[in-house]
Design a binder for this molecule. Structure first.
Ligand SMILES: [Zn+2]
Length: 226
């Protein structure tokens, strides 16, 4: 496995703790890594009382790329979403094939053997929701092989951080897929970001903020505005 020299520890990524949410007092949602024994708002013991919202696990936005076949995947260029990511940080983008192997283009050229670095990523994976997965995934893999087969185009010597980078590879692939609803967005990095990436990163940012606050406080109470 390749490791980025400056970030060796990040590959022993800390497990993500589950965030639980529940509501006892009206409009007072309690978030915590552990379900509290009493309502943190009114103090009532929670073992034997009626909850407005019983405890549930807040869905994490993060996925293991290997379990996301035929997807576009995103992660911070350096470090990890939960521990290191800041809003302005660069994101690295790749494509998974039908077996969940990540194809990615960076300063070392095109590679297919660093999937283990993508255990906590964001995945855009609803491109095939109306199609039969079997034939769609064959077509996806075929197109991915054609695009990544243009080895000169994805040589390390041609990599340019601003003009010929990980996005160039992903957009070239999406263009080659020739899916009508995608092609207009695949033509332009900014449009693609607005349509597919920003909604993902915005919801992940909320989760990351909550997660980091809970690392220093046992629980948070968020009051509903309505
Ligand atoms: Zn209460």
């Amino acid at each position: 496995m390749l490791q980025i020299p400056n970030y060796p520890l990040l590959f022993q990524m800390a497990d993500e703790k589950a965030i639980f949410c529940l509501e006892h007092c009206k409009g007072q949602k309690i978030f915590s890594f552990r379900i509290p024994s009493s309502c943190t708002h009114c103090g009532t013991g929670l073992n034997d009382c009626i909850l407005r919202i019983p405890p549930f696990r807040l869905p994490s936005p993060f996925r293991d790329a290997q379990k996301c076949p035929c997807s576009i995947v995103l992660k911070p260029t350096k470090g990890d979403f939960l521990t290191d990511y800041k809003n302005s940080d660069n994101l690295h983008i790749g494509v998974t094939n039908s077996a969940g192997v990540v194809y990615e283009y960076d300063m070392n050229g095109l590679s297919f053997h660093k999937t283990s670095n993508w255990k906590r990523c964001l995945a855009i994976k609803d491109f095939n929701k109306d199609k039969d997965f079997g034939s769609w995934s064959q077509y996806w893999d075929f197109t991915l092989d054609v695009v990544s087969g243009h080895q000169e185009q994805w040589a390390r010597t041609r990599y340019d951080e601003d003009r010929h980078n990980c996005y160039s590879f992903v957009l070239a692939f999406l263009k080659a897929l020739q899916v009508p609803e995608l092609s207009s967005f695949a033509r332009d990095r900014r449009m693609f970001c607005e349509k597919y990436i920003l909604p993902k990163t915005a919801s992940a940012a909320k989760y990351i903020t909550l997660y980091r606050k809970l690392m220093s406080e046992p629980h948070l109470v968020l009051t509903n505005k309505n």
